[in-house]
Design a protein around this ligand. Structure first.
Ligand SMILES: C[S@@+](CC[C@H](N)C(=O)[O-])C[C@H]1O[C@@H](n2cnc3c(N)ncnc32)[C@H](O)[C@@H]1O
Length: 276
């Protein structure tokens, strides 16, 4: 018996990666086309600034930077002190940013406080997704927006398999990239097997869970503009990496008071353009 649970393992894993996280392709959001693409996706999903935004699992503060660049007032949380330290240093002195050490699944933030709740690459690693979505619904004001950027990191797409083979060939010549996601590392793989989304996180699987928490208007805008922007300044290996996994964007809203919440409001078309 060990007094050490899955969440502790997850926290320790990310804490260990905090110092080099930004060096792994796909994490840092460089100014230029990529920052513009992320900013456009946020603007499209939540509307114009200024808004009160809760950013969950902010990591090193890269999405925080997108939100601040748009003019929002951001509360950014993470449960890793080490990650939060990097984010705090990056945005030191910015009076529109507040950083807190907290669990994204139980934020402890007051009810109906935020205009938008946003996260990138968190949902796949939730240990209690239903609890988390209920909490995010609770902290949103009526009419508030949920915006999720995520992907199925458990298995490459058919094109991703070919791309990953090509990367392996390239790495025979130029060597292994020590910073790229530890997707294949033993520790990461072990955590993966114990997660609720161990079988993969898909838009189809996520939609009913989000709707069950009371969210309406669950939609899947295209992730493609972000992937295209990432490819613009990337070398061949990183361009191939943008093809590995099925990534997607989810948007949803908390119904206005008086509107009936629940899955039946969720009368939207099938997800389209969800992979990149
Ligand atoms: C893949 S990183 C993503 C970081 C950031 N969102 C980004 O996209 O650059 C995952 C982050 O989620 C955080 N995290 C995972 N589970 C969490 C939880 N339950 N509460 C708060 N943070 C969590 C980790 O500490 C880590 O910083």
């Amino acid at each position: 018996m060990r007094n050490y649970d899955l969440k502790e393992d997850i926290r320790e894993y990310w804490s260990r990666r905090s110092a080099t996280f930004d060096l792994a392709f796909g994490h840092r959001i460089p100014p230029g086309p990529e920052l513009d693409a992320w900013a456009a996706a946020v603007r499209e999903a939540i509307g114009p600034a200024p808004q009160k935004v809760l950013e969950l699992a902010c990591g090193t503060g890269e999405v925080t930077n997108v939100l601040l660049s748009l003019g929002h007032e951001v509360t950014a949380l993470d449960f890793s002190e080490a990650m939060l330290g990097v984010a705090r240093a990056k945005h030191d002195g910015n009076t529109r940013a507040r950083f807190i050490l907290a669990d994204a699944e139980r934020t402890m933030e007051p009810d109906q406080t935020y205009d938008a709740v946003i996260c990138r690459h968190l949902v796949w690693t939730l240990t209690e997704p239903e609890q988390a979505f209920a909490d995010w619904f609770r902290v949103l004001k009526p009419g508030g927006k949920l915006l999720v950027f995520d992907g199925d990191w458990t298995k490459p797409t058919p094109i991703g398999r070919i791309a990953s083979l090509a990367v392996r060939v390239i790495e025979r010549f130029i060597g292994h990239d020590p910073y790229y996601d530890g997707a294949m590392s033993e520790r990461h793989a072990n955590i993966m097997t114990r997660l609720p989304f161990s079988g993969g996180l898909t838009p189809e699987g996520l939609k009913p869970l989000v709707a069950a928490a009371g969210f309406a208007e669950v939609r899947f805008p295209s992730h493609r503009p972000i992937a295209v922007a990432q490819r613009r300044n990337a070398d061949l290996r990183n361009r191939l990496r943008t093809r590995f996994y099925r990534r997607f964007v989810l948007t949803a809203s908390r119904p206005e008071d008086g509107a009936t919440a629940g899955p039946h409001l969720n009368t939207l078309p099938q997800p389209e353009g969800i992979s990149s």
